[in-house]
Write a protein that binds this ligand. Structure first.
Ligand SMILES: *Cc1c(COP(=O)(O)O)cnc(C)c1O
Ligand SMILES: [Zn+2]
Length: 417
């Protein structure tokens, strides 16, 4: 049975049938999935959720499908790590990492949104899947389409990290590199979606796609013992994830699954592409598009579709926006790896880098619970560390050479006798 009521314009409230639609034809506002919450409340309980398999579909009543999911059955329920070493290093009391760097199957949170969008696209009868991507979405559409035997086209800016291109091609996806920024890729894809009638997961299926991000928020609440954190820091590209985490928290509070709803939500962007953070810092209602220039390519969206709504979440919850420069991103990636053994991609460096600045400026207090959202894996953006790590010494396979190395390095290690 389906709990999707309709699609509803976020601006004027006009309702639309639950099809592949994403823009209101009256006011051009974005459409959002509306649920029959009263019906969901009659069936969904904490105990029912806890009795289910550890993946994102344990919250399936709150995800926009009519039948059972057919894509990404094992996605989600990634670890929430209590990060005591990192907490000590940055001087806070209670710190957690929500670690989607190990999300199945393509090591980023995008597997959540793709599972929902592609399952829904199949329900609606589409036979070709597609996306406009900054990298991680490309990986996820390619892998999940391969796993369910669907034709798929992936459109990317041609200068993406080689690992993200390889990690798309390997699945046999039809990849098209575009000479231009993500925003130009996205504009082209809107035209292709109209002309070819394909399921672009983040364009014509966007209302369904975006709901998949709520599972990131549900899991945090459940993994904290059915509680919300006081502060959460979220990386922003198009600005969808941050709005959906907040929506997830509100829904769980409304269902009585968590006692309090007093989380402050903070958005993080790279300094070289920070249109949403700039709007928050300057108190502007308007998101001024920028031309991205940063190593955090997964977040390099200069004209963010949900910029306005994400700025509003930060403002309404009493959170804030912060950005991190490329050197700050790299040093945060290293700090996270050295303290917690977690290798995050550049977006993780952005999030931790911004978190450190929010703590140092007093925006986030040191004695309250903080969740840092780690959304992608560092093995995919190794180029970003070029020149920042020292190459290992190379010696002959000889004990004498090793002894010399130890001596010359001034190391604290001594021989047993
Ligand atoms: C896409 C992406 C984001 C941000 O997603 P939006 O919902 O577009 O804001 C964050 N982190 C990583 C690693 C991503 O790939
Ligand atoms: Zn409207």
């Amino acid at each position: 049975m389906s709990f999707i009521h309709s699609l509803k314009c976020r601006e004027c409230g006009k309702e639309y049938p639950k099809e592949a639609l994403h823009v209101c034809e009256y006011c051009f506002g974005p459409l959002e999935v509306a649920y029959d919450y009263e019906a969901i409340k009659k069936v969904l309980t904490k105990e029912l959720i806890e009795s289910r398999e550890p993946n994102m579909w344990r919250y399936k009543e709150l995800l926009p499908l009519e039948g059972s999911p057919t894509v990404g059955m094992q996605v989600g329920y990634t670890p929430l790590v209590k990060a005591d070493n990192l907490a000590k290093a940055i001087g806070v009391k209670e710190l957690y990492l929500k670690n989607d760097a190990v999300n199945f199957p393509t090591l980023s949170f995008k597997d959540r949104v793709v599972s929902v969008a592609m399952s829904r696209a199949r329900e609606l009868g589409f036979d070709v899947m597609a996306c406009a991507s900054t990298g991680n979405l490309a990986n996820s559409v390619a892998a999940n389409a391969a796993a369910c035997g669907m034709d798929n086209f992936v459109f990317i800016p041609c200068d993406l990290e080689q690992t993200k291109i390889t990690g798309t091609l390997v699945y046999g996806s039809k990849v098209v590199g575009i000479k231009g920024t993500y925003d130009e890729v996205n504009r082209l894809c809107s035209e292709i979606a109209g002309k070819y009638g394909w399921a672009f997961v983040n364009i014509n299926l966007r209302p369904y796609y975006a709901e998949g991000s709520k599972s990131f928020g549900y899991e945090i609440a459940e993994q904290l013992g059915w509680k919300l954190p006081k502060h959460i820091v979220v990386p922003m590209a198009g600005g969808s994830l941050i709005t959906k985490i907040w929506k997830a928290f509100k829904e769980f509070h409304d269902f009585g699954f968590v006692p309090d709803l007093d989380t402050k939500v903070y958005g993080a962007q790279a300094t070289g592409c920070s249109p949403i953070v700039t709007a928050v810092k300057t108190g502007s209602e308007l998101i001024k598009p920028v031309k991205p220039n940063t190593i955090a390519k997964s977040l390099a969206i200069g004209n963010p579709a949900d910029g306005f709504y994400s700025a509003r979440v930060m403002r309404d919850t009493g959170g804030w926006g912060e950005d991190a420069s490329d050197p700050e991103i790299v040093s945060a990636i290293k700090l996270l790896a050295e303290t917690e053994g977690v290798f995050a991609e550049t977006a993780g460096g952005v999030t931790l880098g911004a978190t450190i600045k929010l703590i140092e400026s007093g925006r986030i207090p040191r004695d309250e619970s903080i969740v840092i959202s780690i959304t992608g894996n560092g093995l995919k953006t190794q180029e970003a560390l070029k020149g920042y790590l020292t190459d290992p010494p190379v010696i002959n396979a000889s004990l004498g050479d090793f002894d010399t190395l130890v001596k010359e390095s001034g190391s604290k290690f001594t021989t047993k006798d």
